[in-house]
Design a protein around this ligand. Structure first.
Ligand SMILES: [Zn+2]
Length: 176
């Protein structure tokens, strides 16, 4: 094997935006852009760069922000009512309005699976609590713990989606 075979050249195209960003980072690293890109790939291949697994967390933050916005909206409505009519909103109007506006947490649980397939674990979509298992017994126990968690911490039964996910979820090894 000659030098070229042992050390083949690798090249690819990237967007101008990415390239400029890479140039800047390389400059900070006091190295050439080429060398910097090579370092990143080397690190990835040596398992020193870890892929983002926080998609679920991000999604949850988005939903929490959404919920806060809704709550603010609700408070504004109540305040405006007070200003316009010079008395607080009636209890019956509150009962009708509130569930319409503030239902995000529950609706999260209705659309988001609590099973995190990437890490083979369960995560509560309302508060982020994690449920891991090491073996089959653990797995059964943790599913039960999740159900308890819903009752004790969130005062509700499992949603249809959660139940369906659990029914379909069979043991496939320890959590990551
Ligand atoms: Zn929870």
């Amino acid at each position: 094997m000659n030098y070229n075979q042992r050390n083949p050249i690798f090249s690819f195209r990237m967007s101008d935006y990415r390239r400029t960003k890479l140039d800047k980072l390389a400059k900070l690293d006091k190295t050439s852009t080429n060398e910097f890109a090579r370092k990143i790939i080397d690190k990835y291949l040596a398992n020193e760069l870890i892929e983002k697994t926080e998609d679920l967390d991000k999604e949850m933050i988005k939903l929490r922000i959404e919920k806060l916005k809704n709550e603010i909206e609700y408070q504004k409505l109540k305040i405006n009512y007070m200003k316009n009519f010079d008395k607080p909103m009636s209890a019956s109007a509150t009962r009708i309005l509130k569930p319409q506006i503030i239902t995000t947490e529950n609706s999260t649980a209705q659309v988001m699976s609590p099973y995190d397939a990437k890490n083979n674990r369960i995560q509560c979509v309302e508060c982020g609590s994690l449920f891991h298992w090491k073996n089959r017994d653990d797995f059964v126990q943790q599913k039960y713990e999740f159900e308890l968690h819903m009752t004790n911490k969130h005062n509700r039964a499992m949603t249809y989606l959660e139940k369906t996910v659990f029914d379909d979820l069979s043991y496939s090894g320890a959590s990551k």
